[in-house]
Design a protein around this ligand. Structure first.
Ligand code: PAF
Length: 282
């Protein structure tokens, strides 16, 4: 496995591999969710293709400086995990080598990025789209693999590649969960033990809404209220950042829920913000 820190060194080294080239973009602090993406990428790449994993805590997608500061950084462990999971190339650049001091161009998606995380994290998806396009340009993958926990991110990236004719196939991989149902996230390590024990209520809330919908409830207001009550029953001070029910494709509000939809939430435990979602069939 090769570790590359300078963007200029990528093209020369990547020439050593046959197609296909599969990219797994991450911000590090790798956990089982990321490793599932890596396994999927390895399968797609086969024996002769190339799996590239990027480790870069992208400053431009953080709206809160304290979130950027506290984002877990575990480079040595990440590299070890990449090595043991069949990654061919780790690209781990310094921020200074990715953004010029006077950088002034960014990618703005102006529909799907408005609700959910986009509404409460101004500029977040501009930062995501910009870094993802830069990583695509630097690594020129055939396929890039993303987790479905970030449903909106996946939708925004698919839209960016469609609208800008970016020749990269985007694959979404199912969310990996802890045994108690909590979606795996690098942020979970920042929860106190009590918050960690409380946080699976996020999944329970979405499941409760899902099951009410399966039993015939189509009112978005009622489904949201079912989920809200489960989250607000917290004893650890969980606070809802957003809880919304949206059309699965357009990410516009939907009521009644008679087409494929998504119920998505972000919940704060102190400064730790956790997201999760669940798809509802129409
Ligand atoms: O999902 C993430 O970890 C990040 O948003 C991504 C896609 C690596 C871009 O920085």
């Amino acid at each position: 496995m090769k570790i590359i820190t300078q963007p200029a060194d990528l093209p020369g080294f990547l020439k050593n591999f046959s197609a296909p080239r599969i990219l797994v973009p991450t911000m590090g602090a790798l956990h089982e969710g990321h490793l599932t993406l890596v396994r999927h990428a390895r399968q797609l790449a086969g024996d002769s293709g190339c799996v590239i994993l990027t480790l870069f805590v992208n400053p431009t997608q953080f709206d809160r400086p304290e979130d950027l500061k506290r984002y877990p950084r575990t480079l040595e462990n990440d590299i070890h995990l990449c090595e043991s999971h069949g990654v061919d190339v780790v690209f781990a650049p310094e921020p200074g080598s990715m953004y010029q001091p006077d950088h002034s161009v960014s990618v703005v998606e102006s529909a799907l990025s408005h609700p959910l995380c986009g509404a409460t994290r101004p500029g977040h998806f501009d930062g995501v789209c910009t870094i993802v396009l830069k990583l695509f340009n630097l690594t020129q993958p055939d396929t890039a693999v993303f987790g479905k926990k970030d449903y909106q991110q996946l939708a925004v990236i698919r839209r960016m590649t469609r609208d800008l004719n970016v020749p990269v196939h985007i694959e979404g991989v199912e969310t990996i969960r802890e045994p108690n149902g909590l979606a795996m996230s690098s942020r979970n390590t920042r929860l106190t033990p009590k918050q960690h024990a409380d946080a699976p209520r996020i999944r329970r809330a979405l499941l409760a809404a899902h099951s009410a919908h399966e039993n015939g409830e189509t009112s978005a207001q009622t489904l949201l209220e079912i989920a809200r009550q489960e989250i607000m029953a917290t004893r650890e001070g969980a606070e809802i950042d957003y809880l919304e029910l949206l059309d699965a494709d357009s990410l516009q509000a939907i009521d009644p829920v008679t087409a494929p939809a998504i119920i998505a939430t972000a919940v704060f435990y102190d400064t730790v913000r956790l997201i999760d979602n669940m798809e509802l069939t129409g």
